[in-house]
Write a protein of this length. Structure first.
Length: 91
């Protein structure tokens, strides 16, 4: 069977969709990695400066999905006077 213009357009669109999907997946993976790295940094800073945060506070830190919020929390982890004070910033 001879491919039609429709077949060629569909094949090209499918190939483009596969590439776009791969790129979106890579970006999503990078963002997830950045989020995890920020959360780990917060826990590390609190642990070194003050004390190891409780499991529930660590869970709350890891539940934050906004990178800007995590950046703010990293800064606050460096200046807060207690883990309890830090925990109030999570709410």
């Amino acid at each position: 069977m001879i491919p039609t213009i429709f077949d060629e357009v569909r094949a090209a669109a499918r190939a483009e969709g596969l590439v776009e999907g791969k790129i979106r997946g890579e970006i999503k993976g990078e963002i997830k990695g950045e989020i995890k790295a920020r959360a780990d940094e917060i826990i590390r800073v609190l642990s070194r400066r003050l004390e190891v945060p409780s499991k529930s506070i660590q869970k709350k830190i890891r539940s934050v999905r906004n990178i800007d919020k995590l950046d703010e929390l990293v800064e606050f982890a460096w200046t807060c006077v207690s883990v309890n004070e830090f925990a109030t910033a999570l709410n």
